[in-house]
Write a new protein. Structure first.
Length: 86
């Protein structure tokens, strides 16, 4: 699971480990004991976050005007194609 260091509490890490997943969360600079993480995987979190931020520029996506899931999914694909082409 990729997450920002704000979400790096011990309780969340234990919950993720209980599900059998690996927590890729950088340790906060305020932590006394630094927890190692995979820096390469953590960089992917930033790329994913930037992609979501680009889709929020489409007002229809950000406010979710399309209530039916099928119509919303179509617009998500359209917005992704517009970003890819742009």
């Amino acid at each position: 699971m990729l997450a920002d260091n704000v979400r790096g509490s011990n309780a969340l890490r234990e919950q993720i480990a209980g599900m059998g997943a690996e927590a890729v969360i950088s340790a906060s600079s305020r932590r006394k004991v630094l927890i190692p993480h995979d820096a390469t995987d953590y960089k992917h979190r930033n790329r994913i976050e930037r992609r979501f931020n680009r889709t929020k520029h489409f007002r229809r996506f950000a406010t979710r005007f399309d209530r039916p899931t099928v119509r919303f999914a179509r617009f998500v694909r359209f917005a992704a194609a517009m970003i890819w082409l742009g």
